[in-house]
Write a protein of this length. Structure first.
Length: 303
């Protein structure tokens, strides 16, 4: 029996890139797949039903079962329609993959309120809306699985992506909260931070030699390399894996750290600004994090 035989899966943002590979891999593993994509540009502009339907057609040509959805994840009502469409088509829902996303990159000091809201609405609010819409059904059937897409832009840091980074780090916290709150109902929640050349990554500026070199490295990383981990996490074989954050880069899989105390200092009489300056900060400084970006931490070539 295939790993996901009999399961019903929603994949958002599945009309292209990583989401498309997720949908195809889930279907190949035996799942019935709702392919959700509104068909916008990388910046979230325009609408096109074509990409979602094309992926559905490909799945069906390969003997799988799939339906298309062009509702937006960024609004509560339409997110509920995505979940309901899967229930109407397949009779149940077992897995939600929150992959939909857009980019509005700009340095923080130039970022507009609209650019902030647009990215937060799709990534963070969208992940909450779709997850929350599915939660009622997962709770009732005493099972379910979420796979959320985070990013090292949020987990580590990146230039010119305050909106995207904040959303992606928020998604990691959302996933952990879901894992904690829904563990009693046998519902799991995990994150994947992907490294891969995709339409979204293709919008990274290439004005400096450093940026050009980074993009060339990313081009060598295929989106299809991310899908096997998503399939595993969606399967019953991952029943004891929850609340984790993974990263995938070509043939490498990383388990990412989560925030924990590094060092503490104590003063029985309490602290003053001056004693913090002379005692606390010098004791803690060795453990300060530098202003690393994702490419500084993952500095070696993909394997």
């Amino acid at each position: 029996m295939k790993q996901l035989e009999g399961k019903s899966v929603v994949v958002t943002g599945a009309g292209g890139g990583i989401g498309r590979d997720f949908a195809l891999a889930m279907a190949a593993a035996g799942a019935k797949v709702l392919v959700n994509d509104i068909g916008t540009s990388v910046k979230g502009e325009g609408r096109d039903a074509g990409p979602a339907q094309q992926v559905v057609n490909l799945i069906m040509e390969q003997g799988g079962i799939a339906v298309a959805s062009t509702d937006s994840v960024a609004e509560w009502e339409s997110a509920n329609r995505i979940v309901q469409a899967a229930l109407d088509a397949f009779g149940r829902l077992d897995v939600v993959v929150n992959n939909a996303g857009i980019l509005r990159d700009r340095f923080f000091f130039n970022m507009s309120v609209e650019e902030w809201r647009a990215v937060i609405d799709v990534h963070l609010n969208g992940s909450f809306y779709v997850s929350r819409a599915a939660a009622t059904h997962f709770k009732a059937q005493q099972s379910g699985c979420y796979v959320h897409m985070t990013s090292t832009s949020g987990l580590v840091g990146n230039l010119g992506q305050a909106n995207y980074s904040a959303a992606k780090l928020g998604i990691a916290a959302l996933s952990k909260s879901i894992a904690l709150d829904m563990a009693r109902y046998n519902v799991r929640s995990n994150c994947i931070a992907p490294f891969a050349w995709s339409r979204m990554i293709g919008s990274i500026p290439t004005e400096t030699e450093d940026q050009k070199a980074r993009v060339e490295k990313l081009k060598s990383m295929e989106t299809a390399k991310i899908a096997p981990l998503a399939v595993f996490l969606a399967s019953d074989e991952a029943k004891d894996v929850t609340g984790q954050v993974f990263a995938v880069r070509a043939n490498e899989i990383f388990l990412m750290s989560q925030s924990r105390p590094l060092r503490s200092v104590h003063r029985s009489e309490g602290w003053t600004p001056d004693s913090i300056r002379t005692q606390a900060i010098p004791a803690l400084r060795a453990h300060f994090y530098p202003l690393d970006r994702s490419q500084d931490v993952f500095s070696w070539d993909p394997l």
